[in-house]
Design a protein around this ligand. Structure first.
Ligand SMILES: [Zn+2]
Length: 246
């Protein structure tokens, strides 16, 4: 079939089109984010019914038309059913998809972001990991993949490597005692939170969700990430207001 492709990806977003069809935003390894139509996918007997659901991960057969893609088949490897039965985890999963949707561009390969999303959805299914911690880890690693990692090893202004735990969200990293006047609204991080940030920014993806933190450090990290996204992310995520309403 001319124009036929097989793409590996995760469904980020689904919207109904008319009575029968669905419009799907897919984050794929090969093409980055794509918009695709799934004809007949709203019908109960459609083979695409299950594949066109948020979080569905697998391979998708698509036809590339002149201005859009059409999904013709799918082989789903993970539906993340565990997330669908817990309202809080569904909301976190939707938030992760919304964040991925925000940071990815159409037709630009996004392998690392797709893998991070997949590992993070898997981490969300684990009862041993607090979803709030998974969220902070995902947020920090995602903003780093976008090229906006905070400098957590040296002073972001002068490069001094002496010990400092003073983090300025506005400056984008640590400030040494000589430079902290640049931002009086920075905060003194605990050693634990600072080490956690270094780990999150440097760990191999497979190891990313293998640590736990005290509740105090989790709260501090969450608060840093909230401030970071307020500063660097230019959108309101709908799923966050749902989460906060729980
Ligand atoms: Zn400095």
């Amino acid at each position: 079939m001319a124009g036929g492709l097989t793409l590996t990806g995760i469904v980020l977003k689904v919207a109904p089109v008319g009575d029968r069809d669905r419009h799907v935003v897919l984050l794929t390894r090969e093409r980055g984010k794509i918009q695709a139509f799934a004809r007949g996918a709203r019908k109960q007997d459609s083979p695409l019914l299950g594949a066109c659901q948020p979080f569905a991960y697998g391979t998708f057969q698509v036809f590339e038309g002149r201005s859009s893609y059409t999904i013709t088949g799918a082989d789903i490897l993970n539906y993340f059913e565990e997330l669908r039965t817990d309202l809080e985890r569904i909301c976190y999963g939707q938030y992760f998809c919304e964040v991925a949707n925000y940071f990815t561009r159409e037709n630009l390969p996004a392998t690392a972001m797709m893998q991070l999303l997949y590992q993070s959805l898997r981490a969300l299914t684990k009862d041993s990991l607090p979803p709030g911690l998974v969220r902070s880890v995902y947020e920090l690693r995602m903003i780093a993949l976008n090229g906006e990692a905070p400098q957590v090893y040296a002073c972001v202004n002068c490069g001094a490597e002496g010990k400092t735990n003073y983090l300025s969200v506005r400056a984008g990293g640590l400030l040494c005692p000589d430079c902290r006047r640049l931002d009086p609204h920075g905060r003194e991080l605990s050693d634990t939170t600072l080490y956690a940030m270094r780990f999150i920014l440097s760990a191999p993806l497979q190891k990313l969700y293998t640590f736990v933190l005290s509740e105090e450090a989790q709260e501090e990290l969450a608060s840093v990430m909230k401030a970071y996204y307020r500063q660097y992310v230019d959108t309101e995520f709908q799923s966050l207001s749902l989460l906060e309403g729980l």
